[in-house]
Design a protein around this ligand. Structure first.
Ligand code: G3P
Ligand code: CA
Length: 237
């Protein structure tokens, strides 16, 4: 079961910045979840909102400015908005990437940016399943995860039609019944966004293959501590 740092270690550093990704790696996260928007010059950039205001204070949208101008903005504590290429340079392939595509229309540029990256080192996710459809039409074997709040028959049918590997589901929608539905459909399950160790333990025991967390250090330490208690109880009994 892999721990993904959601927008990097986003409780410890500004979200979706190289500082957050470095903090995630330092915390021992197995993977990093990041969000993609487009710049005006069609470069995939790593920022959650199309609107620049919340994370940079600047007016307008990511696609109003070319990369060079976007990278003059302060994405928090002096960090800049990274391009996807910047992230690939900074994060080793041993750290799996959950690349959530938040915009339409730059799927070819995203795939081109990843052309030298091993396909086993990343998966694409999106709430907009048409984006995943476009990616699938451009690449027959890249890994796809369908993002959703809760599982549905429609989601399962779409995942199967796209040859997706996993459903990425809010942890409130993960229980024994939904895990069986996914498993019967040949699909794995990823959980988002889990910050409390007890909840992380619950969804892990149900069989998720990964979970996103804003607090990878806390969740990893919490799971290790709970495993140690379980081991000592088993030894004593
Ligand atoms: O991994 C799923 C999660 O990232 C979706 O929510 O709003 O943080 O992109 P959001
Ligand atoms: Ca996301």
């Amino acid at each position: 079961m892999l721990i993904y740092a959601h927008r990097g270690a986003s409780l410890d550093a500004p979200e979706n910045t190289l500082a957050a990704f470095k903090a995630a790696i330092d915390a021992g996260a197995d993977g990093i979840e990041l969000d993609i928007q487009a710049s005006q010059d069609r470069v995939p950039v790593v920022i959650h909102d199309r609107l620049l205001k919340r994370t940079t204070g600047a007016p307008g949208n990511t696609d109003d400015l070319p990369l060079e101008e976007l990278q003059k903005l302060d994405a928090g504590k002096g960090e800049k908005i990274p391009s996807l290429a910047d992230v690939l340079d900074a994060v080793p392939e041993s750290v799996h990437l959950d690349i959530e595509v938040k915009c339409k229309g730059i799927e070819p540029e995203i795939l081109a940016t990843l052309k030298d990256r091993s396909k086993s080192s990343y998966a694409f996710s999106s709430f907009d399943w048409s984006v995943l459809e476009t990616i699938r039409s451009l690449d027959g074997d890249v890994e796809l995860w369908l993002l959703m709040a809760a599982m549905s028959d429609m989601a399962i049918a779409k995942a199967q039609a796209l040859g997706a590997t996993a459903l990425a589901v809010h942890n409130d929608g993960i229980n024994a019944k939904t895990m069986k539905v996914a498993s019967d459909a040949g699909l794995k399950v990823v959980s988002w966004t889990v910050n409390e160790p007890d909840e992380a333990k619950r969804v892990r025991e149900l069989g998720v293959i990964g979970m996103c967390t804003d607090a990878p250090a806390r969740v990893i330490a919490g799971l290790v501590a709970r495993d140690a208690v379980a081991t000592s109880e088993n030894t004593a009994s």
